[in-house]
Write a protein that binds this ligand. Structure first.
Ligand code: FMN
Length: 185
């Protein structure tokens, strides 16, 4: 037996991406996005609604950052997805996040969020609301690095469980990728 859920946007795992941009006056803004992922070599694609303040900012500065939401900062990460910079211009301050200017692109990242993709906008399509960006750098705080690599057990990134409207911490490794399947070859 299987249960049909019909036309839904359920997928496991969905990311929780915090998109950082600058407003026209240079103050930082951020929003939460679950509809996104790696698109091509060194590119990211995210569905960003045309109505968002982030979209206005993207079109003006052609740059953005994408930080991984984590368990420690989950309230702030949810908050930036609940209110718009259009209504709350000091959204970042209210969220308790500390904006830092990226040295690579014209966009802020947030000190509290320990892993960030720094991106230049390639395109934004008003009809499909698809944002595509080139990843020009990935930076991570030393506190989440083990033996020179990003350590998910330290980062504690969260996934958005769209079927239950929950954030869940991404769990432990279960096998080595590009390796465990070799046993079946
Ligand atoms: C869990 C979650 C996931 C979201 N995913 C998206 C998304 O993929 N695309 C989108 O356009 N908005 C998404 N949103 C809504 C925006 O984050 C929200 O409307 C935000 O207030 C926009 O901020 P801005 O107007 O300051 O840019 C999501 C919100 C939450 C809480």
């Amino acid at each position: 037996m299987r249960t049909d859920f019909g036309k839904k946007t359920f997928l496991y795992p969905m990311p929780v991406l915090i998109i950082g941009t600058y407003n026209e006056d240079g103050t930082p803004n951020a929003m939460n996005a679950a509809w996104g992922g790696i698109y091509n070599d060194n590119q990211i694609c995210i569905c960003v609604a045309e109505s968002h303040k982030t979209t206005i900012n993207l079109k003006a500065r052609k740059a953005f950052t994408v930080s991984m939401a984590d368990a420690k900062n989950i309230a702030a990460c949810d908050y930036v997805g609940l209110v718009s910079g259009k209504e709350v211009p000091d959204k970042i301050k209210k969220a308790g996040l500390t904006a830092v200017k990226s040295s690579k692109v014209d966009a802020p990242y947030f000190e509290e969020l320990k892993m960030t993709l720094e991106c230049e906008m390639v395109s934004y399509d008003d009809k499909t609301e698809q944002l595509i960006g080139n990843i020009v750098n990935i930076s991570a705080d030393d506190s989440i690095i083990t033996d020179g690599k990003i350590d998910p057990e330290k980062l504690q990134p969260v996934t958005y469980d769209s079927a239950n409207h929950k954030y869940r911490v991404i769990g432990k490794a279960v096998a080595d990728a590009f390796a465990v399947g070799k046993s079946i070859k």
